[in-house]
Each structure stands twice: as C-alpha cells, then as structure tokens.
Design a protein around this ligand. Structure first.
Ligand code: ZN
Length: 363
C-alpha cells in the first residue's frame, strides 16, 4: 500500500477525541472527504450501523481469551512466508495452502479468478480467495488481507508483515475458534475471510498498477448486488512488527474501533497480553496498540479503497507509522515479534466473537 502520512509533522492530522465527541460524530452522519494524490472523492451520508451487539460477559471473555494455538500460528506463517509474486509457482502453493487449510476446517471456499495486465509482467491470472462459514448468509463480518508478495527483481522479498502474518492470523482464527464458529455455518449473520490477490504494484503504485484483486472483486460484487451483505470490511495489513499503533480512520466505524480498544483494555486488565507495555514511539501512547485518537484527514491506499468508494464500512488495521522494514528485504522473519503477533491475533479473535455472538445471532 501507499501512505500519505507524516506523523512526525502530523499534529494537525491527529486530533484527540472524547467519547462525547465520538457520539456527536456518529449522530452527525458526516459526509466524508477522502483525498488521494490526484483526486478527491466524497462519500455519501453513511449511517452508523444499527447493529449493536452486547459485550462479552466476564466469564465468556475469560473463556475465549484462553483459547489459542500459538504453534499453529507459527506453522501458518512459515507456510506463507516465501516469495509469492502473482503468477509464480510459490504463489500457487500459498494459495493452495490457504484454500486447503480452510476446507479442512469445513469452510466454503471459492476463488474469484480473472485476468488483468500488469506492467513488466504482462497478462496475469489473479485469484482472490473467498471463504465463508455460511455461503448463503444475509450479512457478513469480513476479515481481509492480501496474500501476494511484492515483486522485487533485485532482492528476495518475503513480506512477513506485508502480509504473511495477517494471512496467518486469519487462518489461525479459523483454527482456534472452530468450535465457537460452528453455529455460524447456518446463521444469517456469518463470517467471511477474504484473501486478496495482487495488492502490490509491479512497477509503480497507481490506479491501474495496484490492488488488482480488490478492484476486481468490489466491482463484481457491486454488479451482483452483494456489497450490501458486507456489514463491515476489516482489513489487516503490515502486522507482526513490534509496537504497532493503530488509529480510527473512519467515522462510521469508530464505534467498532472503540470495541477493539475495549477488548485490548479488558485483556490488559486481566494481564493476558504478553510483554505488553512496549519501548514506545513518540507521539503515541506506548501502553496501547489501539490509540485513543482519530486520524481523519490522512489517507492510506490499500485493498479497502474500492469498497470504501462503494460505501462499504471499513475498519483498517494498519499501524502508523508503517513498520520501518516496509517494502525492504528486511521484512522477513526476523522482524516478527511473536508476542505482539499473538496479542493482536487474540484481540481480533475476541472482537470477531463479540461481533458475531453479541447479537445472539447464532442462538
Ligand atoms: Zn506492500
């Protein structure tokens, strides 16, 4: 992805918000301007979703917090952490690994396959992976990441944070929560895991050379009238390095961002986050991943954009600043901080369970 952010000079970009202000923001249903390098588009009025699941009870929260499979997470990372440029043999291997892992857990998996032309490479065959617990559900919480790695002709690029770790986190969620997710194979509200292909640019990031898979799928689903079934697209990117700081980017998903904050706080209170308080980076709270700040005027281009443009609510879980190894050969296994990775995976699992279970949808 490409970012238009400068936190060091970014005080004007980052504003503190209070609960009261957040409530006002939600009530105001603001029109939101999104700035791009060369363009500006404006989203239509976005209603805050009326879905408001209850928080997990103390006992359920504790019960689900104790579910984990750290060995599986590491195994999944090792399977995905190979150069996997679109069209390569490794790319097929990683795709097959993701598909088979989910099929083994009894997920419904389909590929959205298409051809597109890319600079340097010519025509390429792309495949988005779409996995659902219930393919006939009416609504989905969608957790997404990209599984291709960046083409880097002069170096071996593994893309640990970008995005082997996020992919592994999603597979691990399916593995760890297999029992808890069973009711969602029949429910109207269900879970979807989306693995985008072709996120990376081959030559230079631009509207025709980047997010190939996301552009294709958002367009296809718009034509098929399927976008309305997405409650929210939660996009994971650049995860796995130590000391990430996340921000709320979008007003219409701020209440869900606050839920992530709340899960993080609850876990910290019962001391279930590993090596939690970190070395700290200036201009943020070093004792939290999910910062109590909104970042509205900033803009990061990533797989969410074609969906955002079509008014799909988006929660973008990407650290700001990006990891220092971003788009360098150093984005390899050595940058992965497993304590942080396990902590984030746990927060995301609990968030997903609260979203799915809190509304009593599966009962
Ligand atoms: Zn990248």
């Amino acid at each position: 992805m490409r970012g238009l952010l400068n936190l060091n000079r970014g005080r004007h970009l980052v504003r503190q918000y209070s609960w009261m202000e957040a409530v006002k923001t939600m009530l105001a249903k603001p029109r939101k301007k999104i700035y791009n390098l060369g363009a500006c588009f404006e989203l239509a009025d976005i209603s805050q979703t009326s879905y408001n699941p209850s928080k997990l009870s103390e006992s359920k929260f504790l019960e689900y917090s104790n579910l984990s499979n750290k060995l599986h997470l590491r195994e999944a990372i090792s399977h995905i952490l190979i150069p996997r440029v679109v069209g390569s043999g490794n790319h097929s291997l990683v795709r097959q690994y993701i598909v088979q892992s989910l099929k083994d857990l009894d997920w419904h998996v389909e590929l959205d396959s298409f051809h597109d032309t890319a600079p340097i490479m010519g025509q390429l065959h792309f495949h988005n992976i779409i996995a659902t617990l219930n393919p006939d559900a009416e609504r989905y919480l969608v957790l997404a990441c990209h599984y291709d790695s960046k083409y880097m002709p002069k170096a071996e690029f593994l893309g640990a944070t970008d995005s082997a770790v996020p992919c592994a986190m999603l597979l691990n969620l399916a593995q760890v929560l297999q029992e808890q997710l069973k009711p969602f194979k029949k429910s109207k509200l269900s879970l979807m895991l989306l693995f985008f292909d072709g996120e990376e640019a081959f030559e230079e990031w631009g509207p025709k050379d980047s997010i190939y898979g996301a552009r294709h799928l958002a367009k296809r689903w718009q034509h098929e009238g399927k976008l309305d079934s997405i409650d929210m697209l939660v996009l994971l990117d650049l995860l796995g390095a130590p000391d990430p700081a996340f921000y709320s980017f979008f007003a219409n998903t701020e209440s869900w961002y606050m839920r992530l904050q709340s899960v993080e706080t609850r876990l910290a209170q019962i001391e279930l986050l590993e090596r939690y308080a970190s070395s700290g980076v200036s201009q943020r709270d070093p004792t939290r991943y999910f910062q109590s700040q909104a970042m509205r005027s900033s803009f990061i281009e990533d797989d969410h954009i074609p969906f955002l443009k079509r008014n799909v609510p988006v929660l973008h879980l990407i650290p700001v600043p990006f990891p220092t190894v971003w788009h360098t050969p150093d984005d390899n296994e050595s940058v992965i901080d497993y304590a942080t990775t396990d902590n984030l995976a746990l927060i995301i699992r609990l968030f997903a369970l609260e979203y799915l279970l809190g509304g009593d949808q599966a009962k």
